[in-house]
Ligand binder design. Structure first.
Ligand code: SF4
Ligand code: SF4
Length: 193
């Protein structure tokens, strides 16, 4: 885990949570249900944790009856980004969520619950208390990446002026580090920022 992600998780203000239970009541995953089951059977810890809590709805319509806004928000976002899966989508609900929106498994909840929302790009339900904070966290990362790109341009110019092998080697090391940071956010679109 990068230091940014560690800092992100450590600085997440839990007080923003409205304890509405929406992120436990209707959720989905980026992987199909069948694939998750296969991973659980192979002892993948993330899949084991997820499927120990969440049970699939029998259809999208069943999930819509529980929280139409959240279901449609997820579908719209996936469609906008061109990420709607060809095989369709499965929604899940947690068996430990109580009717008063509190968790009946709170002390033993796994990492995926403790770290939710786990990245600035986590999709949260409409009205989630973290919405605004996540927006600013995404902006922070974007600024960091833009700065890295500026530094890469400056280093390229510096390289042209450098005649010393040792200096060129140092510049290349810094360039690789900056590029690694940019690459780390490629799946969120860092090449476009
Ligand atoms: S949806 Fe957001 S505000 Fe509601 S319980 Fe989940 S994290 Fe908290
Ligand atoms: S175990 Fe608790 S915190 Fe985790 S998803 Fe279920 S209800 Fe939510």
């Amino acid at each position: 885990m990068s230091s940014y992600e560690e800092n992100y998780l450590a600085s997440r203000p839990q007080s923003l949570c409205k304890m509405c239970g929406k992120c436990c009541r209707v959720v989905t995953t980026s992987l199909p249900y069948e694939k998750l089951c296969k991973m659980r059977d192979e002892n993948d810890s993330g899949a084991c944790d997820f499927l120990s809590l969440f049970e699939p709805f029998d259809s999208v319509e069943s999930a819509r009856k529980v929280d139409e806004e959240t279901v449609d928000n997820i579908i719209n976002l996936l469609e906008q980004d061109g990420n709607f899966p060809d095989e369709g989508i499965t929604f899940y609900t947690c068996k430990y969520l109580r009717d008063d929106n509190l968790c009946s498994n709170y002390e033993n909840r796994p990492r995926l619950c403790r770290y939710c929302p786990s990245t600035p790009w986590s999709i949260v339900p409409p009205g989630c208390g973290f919405e605004g904070w996540l927006f600013w966290k995404r902006e922070e990362v974007k600024q960091k990446i833009r700065k890295a790109k500026e530094e890469l341009i400056e280093l390229k110019l510096l390289k042209k002026k450098s005649i010393n092998d040792d200096m060129l080697k140092k510049i290349t090391t810094v360039e690789q580090k900056l590029q690694k940071n940019i690459d780390a956010y490629a799946k969120y679109g860092s090449y476009m920022w």
